[in-house]
Design a protein around this ligand. Structure first.
Ligand SMILES: Cc1cc2nc3c(=O)[nH]c(=O)nc-3n(C[C@H](O)[C@H](O)[C@H](O)COP(=O)(O)OP(=O)(O)OC[C@H]3O[C@@H](n4cnc5c(N)ncnc54)[C@H](O)[C@@H]3O)c2cc1C
Length: 452
């Protein structure tokens, strides 16, 4: 029997793959619902995303799952103009965020000396003293502090909510590290790598317009996946311990107040690192202590809905990223109803304000009223929103986003070592081999395939 632990997108992707292959399995999920961080809701005719807002079709596994579930025709791609119109907050002003070198040279964001530093980068002969350099150190060394502060930090904060001086360059923006290593220059190499990736994507038939959602939000993907594996799910089955003996795994879980157990010959662990660390503590102490080292930072989504005519900011935009120096209480703002117009009723706008991260973790501990006062007044001032908000909603993820920090390569090597010696135990989760939803689909599918 194969047992999957956790029914987030990683566990569900593994389950679907096993189901297609006719394999017997059980999925243990602690909650009454599956999907983990992928949750959408409808409130006052607005469509709200509690976790991810967009998913990328950037690998063959995510394309395949959409095809196999018959969902291609239901994908909603963003408004092209809005999705390419991105901004960054600089000295309190909302400035266009350049999408390429050409736009960067014309942008008001950067000083002449910074632009010269970018143009001279191919001749920069500096080298890192370590193989595990931080993203901050790499970018500052090659492109200068301003590119780090005004360009790279806002961008990666929008994904990892982390500190670029702690984040491992290799695991968070490997394209830059690879460019330097293989081409001697980020400016020269990154273009080549991105071009090669585009060609590879075309080979796999991946669409050009790559981010999508569904009419009622991303949870639709979960709902459809759930219907395919419903019979195999044990609901409210909270795994408490795993034992390993005679090449078998005994998984203990609590369900309806009762202690249950199941014997598995093979396991796919699709749980957060800190949960798995506790479960395997007694038989895989080394693995457990490495998993414990993976830090998570809190994240919070604050949804605000209002009359479109009440907002002075007139651009059709994807979002605004914030720099560390801005001292605003958010990491980024998404203009959901601009790039996905169906997410708000006619004449209204929906924005999602992402807060927390290493920059301001305490905000997730504040009361709803405190959060709305702080975020609401900041956004009303910044975007010129008058007349108040018709809709407010807050979602907290206290252990939201795993950090791929410096030192992660050692953690990964130790996890790999354990998995290499235990072929019947797989890990598929967002702290291992990629954080995005499409990474999770890929890793869940591959873990299952290795058992087929
Ligand atoms: C606010 C936010 C915004 C994001 N935005 C994006 C985005 O725009 N695009 C993108 O690609 N990614 C985004 N991400 C990242 C992405 O959503 C996640 O990395 C991904 O959904 C994680 O999936 P997972 O299955 O690995 O883990 P999870 O979703 O955490 O699922 C783990 C599952 O395990 C279950 N579980 C936990 N403990 C136990 C136990 N003891 N026993 C049984 N079951 C248990 C949980 O209930 C859950 O169902 C975002 C994340 C957050 C928090």
């Amino acid at each position: 029997m194969i047992v999957i632990l956790g029914g987030g997108i990683s566990g569900l992707s593994a389950a679907f793959e096993l189901k297609k292959a006719g394999k017997e399995f059980i999925l243990l999920e602690a909650n009454k619902q599956v999907g983990g961080q992928i949750q959408s809701s409808q409130k006052q005719d607005f469509t709200l995303e509690h976790g991810p807002n967009t998913v990328l079709v950037n690998n063959p596994e995510i394309k395949k799952i959409i095809e196999d579930l018959g969902l291609w025709d239901e994908l909603i791609f963003p408004d092209e103009k809005a999705s390419s119109n991105r901004f960054v907050l600089k000295n309190g002003n909302i400035e266009p965020f350049p999408s390429g070198l050409g736009k960067m040279l014309k942008s008001n964001l950067f000083s002449i000396s910074t632009l010269l530093c970018v143009l001279r980068e191919p001749f920069n002969s500096s080298k890192s003293a370590t193989d595990d350099e931080s993203l901050g150190a790499l970018v500052e060394r090659r492109l200068g502090k301003q590119i780090l502060d005004d360009f790279v930090t806002p961008f990666v904060t929008g994904i990892y909510a982390g500190d670029p001086y702690k984040m491992s360059a290799k695991y968070t923006m490997n394209v830059l590290k690879e460019a330097e290593e293989n081409h001697g220059s980020i400016v020269k190499g990154a273009f080549k790598i991105i071009k090669a990736k585009k060609l590879e994507n075309e080979k796999f038939g991946l669409p050009k317009q790559k981010i999508f959602t569904f009419k009622n939000g991303l949870q639709h993907l979960i709902t459809v996946l759930r219907t395919k594996v419903e019979k195999e799910i044990q609901w409210e089955a909270n795994c408490t311990k795993i034992e390993f003996s005679d090449q078998q795994y005994i998984i203990y879980y609590k369900q309806n107040g009762e202690q249950q157990s199941i014997i598995a010959s093979k396991v796919i662990a699709a749980l957060p690192a800190f949960t798995l660390a506790e479960l395997v503590h007694n038989f895989a102490f080394g693995l457990s202590s490495h998993l414990e080292q993976i830090k998570y930072v809190p994240a919070m989504a604050v949804h605000l809905g209002f009359q479109s005519k009440n907002m002075a900011f007139s651009e059709k935009a994807f979002g605004i990223l914030s720099r560390n120096a801005e001292k605003v209480p958010f990491l980024g703002v998404l203009f959901n109803s601009h790039f996905f117009p169906h997410t708000a009723p006619q004449g209204k706008d929906l924005i999602t304000v992402i807060c927390g991260g290493v920059r301001y973790p305490e905000i997730v501990e504040k009361s709803d009223q405190e959060v709305l006062e702080e975020i609401g007044s900041c956004l009303a001032d910044l975007l010129g929103i008058s007349g108040g908000f018709e809709l407010t909603n807050i979602v907290r993820w206290k252990q939201g986003i795993p950090q791929y920090d410096i030192g992660y390569s050692k953690i990964e090597a130790d996890i790999d070592l354990y998995l290499g010696a235990h072929h019947n135990f797989k890990i598929a989760a967002n702290y291992y081999k990629g954080i995005s939803v499409s990474d999770c689909v890929k890793n869940g599918s591959l873990a299952a395939q290795s058992f087929i």
